[in-house]
Ligand binder design. Structure first.
Ligand code: GLY
Length: 337
């Protein structure tokens, strides 16, 4: 096993390791709760990553894509767990990308009022973001991730070998989340090897989660680029992958900050150029219309009062409330120009 790295999410008694490296999924049995007799492995047909828990295990397959990330999938899973006789001493293992770990984590959080979950994150997006930090949930027709819970995993295994199984588009989409960390202060990723990039992103995420588990403040910074991204995903009925939408959302957030006079044009250009260097698009594939997107953003869970955005500025990235519609419109015109 080469370049194995371990980062701890420091949450007191609920602290857990995130292990990054080639072949680390083979450590799974070491991280199971001592009392677990059965493991419900939740995955998707096309993931193609097998895991060995060393105890009685059964695979539960959910559908692909965001369309499977709905409440009914969680109910179906819990019914299937119950039929098998899974109980609160057992364990759920999510094996896949963000959709799988969000759904498996949510099902684990509500089944028998909560049973342990371990994630084997197989996508870049899952490894650097979705599988870590305990946010679980599914989409409602009103928006992304509106039905969910905080449920911390007991361990997260980020096996770099599984990234080779990803379709190129999905790998590239993960770089959208990676770009977010660049602007949140992880520094320039372009000079680092992949394992270092993943470990650096995980370190930053773990540190932010440890300081603000329930998003009372600082954790909201991890939503940089996500306000427009969620609206694009919802209005486009998931024409864009999440990471692709985040990449565009980062450019939009930079344009909003520029329209408000918070950053100069060179910093906007830095956003555009980093996203471009990852071969990700900086503009939406379809113009859904400003009014529709603003309505969607208002419904987003981060719109606590008026329109709230995570924006860059001279003191770095911060949460800004009451962003004016005229600045949002100017930025949108620049985004789609
Ligand atoms: N993906 C944002 C968060 O975990 O807080």
């Amino acid at each position: 096993m080469t370049n194995r790295r371990e980062v701890t999410v420091e949450l007191g008694e609920a602290a857990y390791p995130v292990i990054i490296g080639s072949g680390v999924k083979d450590e799974l049995s070491l991280h199971l709760p001592a009392h677990a007799r059965r493991a419900a492995v939740v995955t998707q047909e096309n993931i193609g990553v097998e895991v060995e828990t060393g105890i009685e295990q059964r695979v539960f397959t959910i559908g692909d894509g965001e369309h499977a990330k709905v409440p009914q999938t969680v109910v179906d899973l819990c019914e299937a767990f119950a039929s098998w006789g899974l109980n609160r001493n057992d364990v759920v293992v999510g094996v896949g990308g963000g959709v799988v770990t969000d759904v498996a984590g949510f099902a684990a959080s509500v089944f028998h009022r909560g049973i342990p979950v371990i994630h084997v994150a197989t996508s870049l997006l899952g490894q650097v973001d979705a599988a870590i930090g305990g946010k679980t949930g599914v989409n409602l027709s009103a928006g992304k991730n509106l039905f969910g819970s905080y449920w911390q995993p007991s361990a997260v295994l980020c096996d770099l070998d599984t990234l080779g199984t990803l379709p190129h588009r999905h790998y590239r989409a993960g770089l959208g989340e990676m770009a977010k960390y660049h602007f949140l202060g992880s520094g320039d990723f372009s000079s680092m090897q992949l394992d270092e990039q993943v470990a650096e992103a995980v370190r930053l995420k773990a540190e932010v989660v440890a300081s603000d588990e329930r998003e009372g403040g600082r954790r909201a910074l991890l939503n940089y680029g996500h306000t427009l991204a969620h609206a694009l995903e919802t209005e486009g009925e998931h024409e864009l992958l999440h990471g692709e939408a985040v990449a565009i959302g980062l450019v939009y957030a930079a344009e909003v900050a520029h329209a408000m006079g918070r950053i100069g044009s060179a910093r906007v250009a830095e956003h555009r150029s980093l996203i471009g260097s990852y071969d990700l698009s900086t503009r939406p594939p379809t113009d859904y219309g400003f009014d529709r997107l603003v309505d969607s953003m208002r419904r987003d869970k981060k719109a606590l009062s008026g329109l709230t955005f995570v924006l860059d500025g001279k003191d770095g990235v911060e949460v800004v409330e009451g962003v004016g519609e005229s600045d949002l419109r100017v930025a949108y015109e620049r985004l789609i120009a």
